[in-house]
Ligand binder design. Structure first.
Ligand SMILES: C[S@@+](CC[C@H](N)C(=O)[O-])C[C@H]1O[C@@H](n2cnc3c(N)ncnc32)[C@H](O)[C@@H]1O
Length: 281
């Protein structure tokens, strides 16, 4: 495995993913009930923005750094920008954003397969009893850790975040779909959020159909394309597929996507916020 998230931290895909992640968590945390988050592909937790690998590729410069000085951002975007600003000079990854959002009685399990990344993550969360770092395969963790039960507490509410590197491209899709099938079988009320890259949209169809066929009543897609999806070689955009989204997620994201398109997009940019499955009741 060659993937290192440090080169991509804060890029347009991270912006979309992390705006959606925080909107999801805020919606799930509206009730007092304890919440459990499983981050299957967690990374190292934080990345130096200016002097590290992130600055070498310039991806953050075309991502989060283009959002500075934004006048009057919509609430879900303002929330994300404040969460990111609080970690400067680092850019926060998904487990750090989640840990900051969670309350004392919530729990986070973060899985990371690469030993070096997992060690960095472990030291980041040393001393935080709410967070368990697992140096292991995130798909297998779905079977091992769900339904969540920690110290005798059962967690009815919660989130499974799936953010693989897609190094094997289309070979990753069936792994994701099967892991989500397993997750929902074990924890039917879970919200599951899956990040996916968009190079050419056409090649995504079987994957999205696979997600649609899972036993859930609702499936919302939020996508940001920073240019037309006509090149198979470039990351033209990305999406978050949310199974069982919490109430009001769509309303929170609707005003954000056009702002991201305007600030991060080039010619041919577009967004999509669409229910692939919607509860008729
Ligand atoms: C896109 S990055 C994750 C970024 C992170 N979710 C965030 O938003 O900050 C994907 C990570 O998954 C790790 N990884 C790859 N295959 C894995 C697997 N089967 N199980 C767990 N982690 C894996 C990679 O080492 C990499 O750090």
């Amino acid at each position: 495995m060659n993937y290192r998230h440090a080169f991509h931290a804060g890029n347009h895909a991270d912006v979309l993913k992390h705006v959606v992640l925080l909107a999801l968590l805020d919606a799930l945390l509206r009730k007092d009930t304890p919440c459990f988050v499983l981050d299957t592909h967690a990374g190292r937790g934080r990345y130096l923005l200016q002097d590290g690998d992130a600055s070498r590729t310039g991806e953050a410069a075309a991502g989060i750094l283009r959002l500075t000085g934004l006048a009057d951002p919509p609430p879900a975007l303002a929330r994300y920008l404040a969460a990111a600003a609080a970690e400067l000079p680092h850019y926060p990854g998904s487990p750090l954003l989640a840990a900051r959002a969670l309350r004392g009685h919530d729990r986070l399990a973060a899985c990371e397969l690469q030993a070096e990344e997992a060690a960095a993550l472990r030291s980041l969360f040393a001393g935080d009893p709410r967070v368990a770092v697992h140096a292991r395969d995130g798909y297998g963790a779905v079977r091992a850790l769900l339904p969540p039960r920690v110290d005798g507490t059962r967690y009815a509410r919660g989130l499974v975040l799936v953010d693989p590197p897609y190094e094997a491209q289309e070979a990753e899709y069936p792994l994701v779909v099967e892991a989500m099938r397993e997750a929902l079988q074990r924890w039917p009320q879970a919200t599951c959020a899956i990040w996916y890259p968009i190079k050419r949209r056409r090649s995504l169809q079987p994957f999205l159909r696979g997600l649609e066929q899972l036993p859930v009543r609702t499936l919302l897609l939020a996508e940001l394309l920073i240019r037309a999806d006509d090149s198979p070689l470039r990351l033209n955009g990305s999406g978050m597929a949310v199974l069982n989204p919490p109430w009001k997620l769509e309303e929170a994201l609707a005003p954000v996507l056009p702002v991201l398109q305007a600030r991060l997009g080039e010619a041919g940019a577009s967004t999509r916020l669409e229910w692939l499955k919607r509860d008729p009741g």
